[in-house]
Design a binder for this molecule. Structure first.
Ligand SMILES: Cc1cc2nc3c(=O)[nH]c(=O)nc-3n(C[C@H](O)[C@H](O)[C@H](O)COP(=O)(O)OP(=O)(O)OC[C@H]3O[C@@H](n4cnc5c(N)ncnc54)[C@H](O)[C@@H]3O)c2cc1C
Length: 379
């Protein structure tokens, strides 16, 4: 039986919200996010550590993994409050944690998840290779069993935060005779293992956010196999679906913070009132509100089914649109070209373009929607 949905807080949730507001009022500093990549990384990490130590991060994760064992509604409230307060974004690795939670052994969960959630250990995703991006199943990195170890050899690329990482989830081909999507396994690789070489890739803006990761006969213990041997493709799909999905709070908090910044800067600017600008900013406000509602819906989906699946492609396209529109409007409306404020928004605008590629390109997301959600047939 359908009925009206009451989105107001229950007394318990209202109390939870006010506790978080109170904590934020005492613990959130006004310090701006640093420009330099290494400092920006340390800033995000420190903030996540602080949130986690106070019990305001990993709210819906099981307690034995370091979470608080609460539900998605508390997660959504935290997301709203962090966004409203203009809190810094957290570290984008919870999709890797979700993969360990879903596919890892009991001991892997206990060993790795508390560090990943608290940002004590930094994780990266060793999936893409020079000839395997959209066609990820074409990976050529090999994993060969030798006694009670696996020996990994190959090359990964576009590894975000690779130069800061302590661990990586690496996909490798463990059965060369099987068809492309079979015979792939997922491994937990400690980056300090002999034979792992991280070579940062310098971007046009000087940042070294990505790396190449070379694996030269890297011997890892067999207990670092994640999930079952030769069943890594399912793990890859689930991990990427978590990455694309609209439930984790980091990016949403970031967009809300940027939007608040845009509105404040527009109000403080000496530029003449302009109906076009007002309209454009209003459109972004609507998109952010739709994103907020969409996130709530996805959170309730999570109550029923843990893994997001192909609908996360819809989330990814929508999130990317919100980000790109926000950055475009800010770049065009807030400050004249040549000013530091304009440059700041322009840098964010350029970064926002990456949303059309990472986690699978827009074309790939649309194909997934066509084939796996709409069941369109191409012959
Ligand atoms: C900011 C950022 C962070 C990233 N972080 C990581 C990371 O941490 N770990 C990791 O493993 N990877 C990471 N990646 C890599 C990312 O997953 C790949 O770039 C992405 O999957 C696309 O692969 P590709 O670059 O090889 O492009 P290609 O696959 O070569 O695609 C090139 C173009 O062809 C189009 N195309 C390809 N195949 C098809 C098709 N079948 N149908 C229609 N169009 C098609 C694509 O849409 C794209 O426009 C990151 C990328 C970015 C931009």
């Amino acid at each position: 039986m359908w009925g009206p949905m009451d989105l107001r807080d229950s007394p318990e949730l209202a109390e939870f919200r006010s506790q978080l507001r109170e904590w934020l009022s005492r613990n959130l500093s006004n310090e701006p996010e640093p420009k330099d990549m290494a400092a920006r990384f340390a800033f995000a990490r420190d903030w996540q550590k602080k949130l986690y130590a106070a019990g305001w991060y990993a709210l819906s994760w099981p307690t034995e993994t370091g979470g608080r064992g609460l539900g998605p509604i508390e997660e959504a409230i935290a997301s709203e409050e962090l966004g409203r307060a203009g809190a810094p974004a957290t570290f984008p690795s919870s999709h890797l944690g979700r993969a360990i939670l879903e596919f890892g052994s009991e001991s892997q969960r206990r060993q790795y998840l508390p560090g990943l959630l608290s940002a004590e250990a930094i994780w990266c995703q060793g999936f893409s290779e020079p000839s395997a991006g959209s066609d990820l199943a074409a990976i050529r990195t090999t994993g060969v069993r030798k006694g009670n170890e696996f020996v990994l050899s190959g090359q990964k690329v576009w590894t975000s935060f690779g130069k800061f990482a302590d661990y990586s989830i690496v996909l490798a081909r463990t059965n060369p005779d099987a068809t492309k999507h079979r015979g792939i396994s997922a491994f937990i690789v400690e980056v300090a293992t002999p034979g792992v070489l991280i070579r940062p890739i310098r971007l046009a803006n000087g940042d070294e956010e990505f790396s190449e990761m070379f694996l030269d006969e890297v011997a890892i213990p067999e207990e670092n196999l994640l999930g079952k041997l030769n069943e890594g493709w399912g793990i890859a799909l689930a991990t990427i679906a978590y990455e694309r999905g609209a439930v984790d709070i980091g990016y949403k908090v970031k967009f809300e913070r940027y939007f608040a910044e845009l509105v404040a800067e527009r109000n403080a600017s000496s530029q003449a009132p302009d109906i076009w600008v007002d309209n454009a900013i209003g459109s972004v406000a609507v998109l952010l509100e739709v994103l907020r509602m969409h996130c709530l819906r996805r959170l309730s989906d999570r109550v029923i089914s843990e893994s997001p699946g192909p609908t996360s492609s819809i989330d990814k396209l929508f999130i990317t649109r919100v980000e790109q529109e926000l950055m475009e409007v800010a770049t065009r409306c807030v400050a004249p070209p040549g000013s530091p404020t304009h440059q700041k928004w322009f840098d964010r605008y350029l970064y926002g373009r990456a949303g059309s590629i990472y986690g699978g390109s827009e074309q790939i997301q649309r194909s997934i929607i066509a084939e796996r959600i709409l069941h369109l047939r191409f012959s």
